[in-house]
Design a protein around this ligand. Structure first.
Ligand code: UD1
Length: 340
């Protein structure tokens, strides 16, 4: 069984990916600093899979800590690097916090395992495209100036990885540009765990439905879109998790070398109002929502061309917007009754 280091492996996307790695016969080794995750997620993963992965609690932004990790875990075949801060607004207020964590962690990891033939999967984002000129956006679309330090860390990280591969290191690298991950595992034992007030749409919807929030505001209905609200390419987190397994499998293949980048979405756009209506339909509830002003920094509409991932990763999504909403809702109900 190949050992795969999963940084941020107790986080939202990380925990779902750990489950899919185990299902696919890999041996995940989790690293997490618990800054935006909960140690009990390890027990939840164990309940789902019947396997308890090794877990190291540590901060990857510290160089010596990462060198010690590489000594303790020398025989890994792959790294999936999720560990990063992701709150766009906070990154504008505290840019150095974001550069230190998101950039130092990547450099420390690459340094600590340098020279080893490791398959490296990086969590990138469709945020690198900004508002694309052509939709659906392909991987060849120009990278737009970042709208936030968070977005900039994703762009810089892709460049660091590209340069590292170009320099002839033994790394193979795939950067996955995620669209909007939502939903939860069908067991409802793991899901998104926002700290404080959620910034993202779907946790805000489910927290409003359960009564934790009084109402949800739709940030603008005067965009140039079919119903005036913003359009995104929402992808079920389990489909997204499986894309990481597919990326590792592609890199295991001797025909793959170097660096590549893939859009990971469904290829279809859903508006904020459609997302709300879908939630209402699958849950049978009425959501208390109103239309508010635009949120600063939002792009109007973005969805991905995902044919490159279909062709080269041999991957496609199986789960649609109904399942995204129903699974997010099942998780919200579970976690409100079983707080960690
Ligand atoms: C945001 C980031 C993206 C990042 C991702 C990480 C921006 C501009 N983009 O994606 O770079 O990778 O988070 O999680 O911040 N909405 C409402 N009401 C709400 C919450 C959201 O109407 O209470 C709308 C937003 O205006 C947007 C859509 O829902 O149109 C999705 O928002 P969100 O879930 O925050 O994701 P992004 O903004 O697409």
């Amino acid at each position: 069984m190949s050992k795969i280091l999963v940084t941020g492996g107790l986080g939202y996307i990380g925990s779902h990916t750990v489950v899919e790695l185990i299902n696919a016969g890999f041996e995940p080794v989790i690293v997490d600093d618990l800054s935006n995750s909960h140690p009990k997620i390890l027990d939840q993963i164990t309940k789902i899979t019947g396997h308890k992965p090794v877990f190291h609690q540590l901060d990857l932004s510290d160089e010596h800590t990462v060198k010690n990790l590489a000594t303790a875990e020398p025989d890994i075949a792959g790294v999936i690097h999720f560990a990063a801060f992701k709150a766009v607004g906070e990154s504008v207020q505290l840019p150095l916090k974001y550069y230190r964590n998101n950039i130092y962690s990547l450099v420390n990891l690459l340094d600590a395992y340098y020279g080893k033939p490791i398959n490296f999967v990086f969590s990138s984002s469709c945020t690198v495209y900004g508002q694309p000129d052509v939709l659906p956006v392909t991987e060849q679309a120009p990278i737009k100036p970042a709208q936030s330090p968070y977005g900039n860390t994703k762009q810089i990280a892709e460049e660091i990885l590209f340069d590292t591969v170009s320099a002839g290191s033994a790394y193979k690298v795939i950067a996955l540009r995620y669209f909007n991950p939502v939903g939860a595992h069908d067991s409802a034992l793991i899901g998104e765990l926002p700290i404080g007030v959620p910034q993202n749409l779907v946790p805000f919807i489910t927290q409003t439905a359960i009564g934790k929030r009084e109402k949800i505001t739709v940030f603008g209905d005067d965009y140039n879109t079919p119903d005036g609200s913003c359009v995104r390419d929402y992808i079920h987190v389990v489909d997204l998790a499986k894309a990481h397994v597919a990326a590792l499998k592609l890199m295991e293949n001797n025909n793959f070398s170097g660096y590549d980048v893939f859009n990971i979405g469904t290829g279809t756009g859903t508006s904020v109002l459609e997302a709300i209506k879908t939630f209402e339909r699958v849950s049978g509830l009425k959501l208390n929502y109103s239309i508010g002003p635009r949120r600063s920094g939002d792009v109007e509409q973005v969805w991905g061309n995902v044919s490159k991932a279909a062709e080269k990763l041999n991957w496609k999504t199986d789960l649609g917007i109904d399942t995204m909403m129903s699974s997010a809702w099942a998780w919200e109900k579970y976690i409100s009754q079983n707080p960690l």
